[in-house]
Write a protein that binds this ligand. Sequence first.
Ligand code: NAP
Length: 246
Amino acid sequence: MPLAVGVIGARGRMGTATCTAVEDDAELELVARVGRGDPRDGLVEAGARVAVDFTTPTAVLDNVRWCLERGLHVVVGTTGLSDRDLERIEGWTRPGAHAVVAPNFAIGAALMMSFAAQAAPHFERAEVVERHHERKLDAPSGTALRTAALMNDSRGAGWGETAGEERLPGSRGGDAGGVRVHSLRLPGSVAHQEVVLGGPGETLTIRHDSTDRSSFMPGVLLAIKSVEARPGLTVGLAPLLGLPDR
Ligand code: NAP
């Protein structure tokens, strides 16, 4: 019997792509589409076992809590969640109501983050340059923040200090635990990131580009199919792919 799935934010860019991907997967059945203003009860009435949220940073937490309290598993792709938000989501999970939260469902992005964490102990400094479409609501991207956090964890020690005056405020980017993060917002972009690490006489650049929203769908489908078997909260795609998760 196919797994019953509902999508919240179903009329948005990611929500629309998710509905199509679920409909095209023989192991899944799309039973509810919830847009802004639609009653969420439709998820329960339609018998959804997993709810996928692609909404906005202001709507997502309330949706997640609502679903978990009603015994639905949740897969969250909406970005802009803080560590405190993740703690709250973990606290709302219960037996039979698990959560997978990933700021980036592209398989290549999960690998990029894993490679960056692997490289972090071997270089003196690192910076992240991320580029997204101009309508993105949060900056820096959840992917950039998670990349920096994974690199900082893996490195353990701090990074080299940067000398020099910042003559234009913000020109050195945001400071994510010593990793400088630069956010570009440009039409013609989907989701792109470069991690540049520097050491004596060498740089290492790790780059990932999502050129189409279809890049996120294999990861979204994997999360939908995996969430039932993962009690509590799972953050990121890495554990679902068997990649090291620090
Ligand atoms: P979008 O096109 O603006 O879609 C968001 C949708 O959510 C809109 O249709 C919006 O409705 C709807 N919405 C807002 N509040 C709602 C609520 N309370 N209940 C139900 N629906 C609600 O944005 P998007 O490009 O799809 O991105 C959505 C989120 O996914 C963003 O946070 C983005 O950063 C993230 N994202 C994640 C990944 C990943 O791999 N994890 C990849 C790409 C994007 P209205 O239009 O009526 O406001």
